[in-house]
Design a protein around this ligand. Structure first.
Ligand code: UN1
Length: 513
């Protein structure tokens, strides 16, 4: 860890003592068993973090519930000012936090920095939003009446996030929820607990310095049992959960039992359609980054390439050639393109997908395999693989969180490609590579992509924070981040005021006394 600058990064983040498990994000953190975090980069221990017990959870919830009462009364632009101060700290600590994300999660250093940049961007967005939490006014059907709607803070929001974006997804939720006047309880991934503590520490410090109650930002740590405390808790009107479809279904049904709200951002099975009018150079960059970036562990990673038969061999050869150039290794070394998978279970899933696709009749054109030897001691480094496959294969229908790309052909018009691309259970991200206006517009039309994200001449991953992020079908239907995604963190109230001395009833109903 020392040689990767992690010791210094931990020090800069105030986590020098994280190794003995005494370093906690705030008083409301945990007293349970120690969760050890090992880096997939070199297999070394990064730190130990205490899990949240039922008693800890109760303390967290009473702090959050109490804190909310103060926070909700503070004018939204003042809450925005606190988020601005938090963002100043993120800007100051971008380097060490990005480095730690890279080391604990395994994504490249550039992507670690990029992830912190997403946090900075959403905070900027949230600060502006704090003066734009607009409701509409309506014309009442009754004389002398005024009608409008307003948005009030919702309460204590539960955030469950995954290892692959260990810090950004939290911030997409919290930065908005904070300006909306909510308190947040965050369950970070137990695979990346140290980055969670780093974030919580920054928030807790800024809040303390500015006299904000501590409970506005709380962190809980642990496995699904901690998640269950949240999903079954009536004091949490909204649970925002990012992760697998399997997890999302459990969260959705638990929260629905108590008629709470969920914001779900689940699995994807993202495809790029390559038409006869595609720019090959752009296609190669988009497809290769989409498939191997973050070692294929983004929910937006490119899983499928749907290529027109007239272009198939050309595109296939160019992509296979590009795969030969890929350097796999320590993600903190900027000459490498692909880092490790998160852990050995992920390696097993990757191997399993390669076995399965061959069993189902697929053809591996870039073989893949687990790397061994110097620099690969953690056992988490794998070679990105490509298989020619059919869309109907069970394994192709399934999201494997690894750098496995499925290539398939389509013939005829773009409708056929769109049928394939929509022919999966997930609906997160999609892309078309074309310079043909008709194809591009058809892809974006009502008859086109059924996904929450549809791009033209851009790959499937790397969305900007300004748009609403999320997808349809088994992706869960939630929208996070930009546009009007903030509305889910507030409760809407419709208000009608009568400023006359009469009491006319709506719908013209007569009721004489
Ligand atoms: C995720 O993988 O959960 O669009 C989020 C992207 C990133 C976010 C991915 N901005 O690829």
């Amino acid at each position: 860890a020392e040689k990767f600058g992690i010791k210094q990064a931990l020090k800069d983040l105030g986590l020098a003592d994280i190794n003995d498990g005494t370093s906690t994000g705030s008083d409301f953190f945990g007293s349970g068993e120690l969760i050890e975090s090992y880096s997939p980069v070199d297999g070394a221990l990064i730190g130990k973090v205490k899990a949240t017990t039922k008693e800890d959870y109760e303390r967290v919830m009473s702090a959050a519930t109490e804190g909310f009462k103060t926070w909700r009364s503070m004018p939204a632009p003042q809450r925005g000012e606190i988020v601005r101060k938090f963002n100043e700290e993120l800007r100051r600590l971008k380097e060490p936090l990005g480095r730690l994300v890279s080391y604990e999660m395994g994504k490249s250093y550039q992507e670690g920095l990029g992830e912190v940049q997403e946090m900075i961007d959403i905070c900027d967005f949230a600060v502006g939003l704090s003066r734009q939490l607009y409701g509409l006014t309506m014309h009442s059907e009754r004389p002398g009446h005024r009608m409008y709607e307003q948005y009030h803070p919702l309460g204590v929001v539960g955030i469950i996030s995954a290892f692959n974006f260990p810090v950004a997804v939290w911030s997409w939720n919290t930065a908005l929820a904070w300006v909306c006047g909510d308190a947040c309880v965050w369950k970070g991934s137990e695979k990346t607990p140290v980055t969670s503590v780093a974030c919580q520490k920054i928030a807790a410090r800024v809040f303390k310095e500015n006299g904000v109650p501590e409970g506005i930002s709380c962190l809980v740590t642990g496995d699904y049992k901690v998640g269950e405390m949240m999903t079954s808790d009536k004091r949490m009107p909204l649970i925002s959960a990012t992760g697998s479809t399997r997890m999302g279904k459990i969260v959705a049904s638990k929260v629905a039992e108590r008629l709470g709200k969920t914001l779900l951002e689940l699995g994807g099975n993202n495809a790029i359609i390559v038409t006869p009018d595609a720019d090959i150079k752009m296609t190669v960059i988009g497809a290769v980054f989409g498939a191997v970036g973050t070692a294929g562990q983004r929910c937006t990673s490119t899983r499928r390439l749907i290529i027109h038969e007239s272009m198939y061999d050309k595109v296939k050869d160019a992509i296979v050639a590009a795969y030969k150039q890929l350097k796999i290794g320590n993600p903190l070394d900027e000459k490498n393109h692909v880092g490790p998978l998160i852990d050995k279970d992920a390696v097993k899933n990757y191997q399993n997908a390669l076995t399965k696709v061959v069993e189902e009749g697929g053809n591996l054109i870039v073989e893949g395999g687990v790397l061994q030897g110097e620099g690969y001691e953690s056992g988490c480094y794998v070679k990105p693989a490509i298989a020619e496959a059919e869309n109907s294969f069970e394994i192709v229908q399934h999201e494997t969180f690894a750098p496995v790309l499925y290539m398939m052909k389509y013939s005829g018009s773009v409708e056929n490609a769109i049928d394939l691309q929509n022919g999966v259970n997930q609906g997160l991200s999609s892309a078309i590579m074309t310079n043909n206006l008709r194809e591009a517009e058809y892809f974006l039309s009502v008859n086109g992509s059924d996904c929450g994200i549809a791009n033209v001449n851009i790959g499937t991953s790397g969305a900007e924070i300004g748009g609403a992020f999320g997808g349809e079908k088994e992706t869960g239907g939630g929208r996070e981040s930009g546009s009007d995604a903030w509305k889910v963190y507030m409760r809407r109230q419709t208000n009608t005021i009568n400023y006359t001395t009469e009491l006319p009833l709506a719908q013209g109903i007569k009721f004489d006394l």
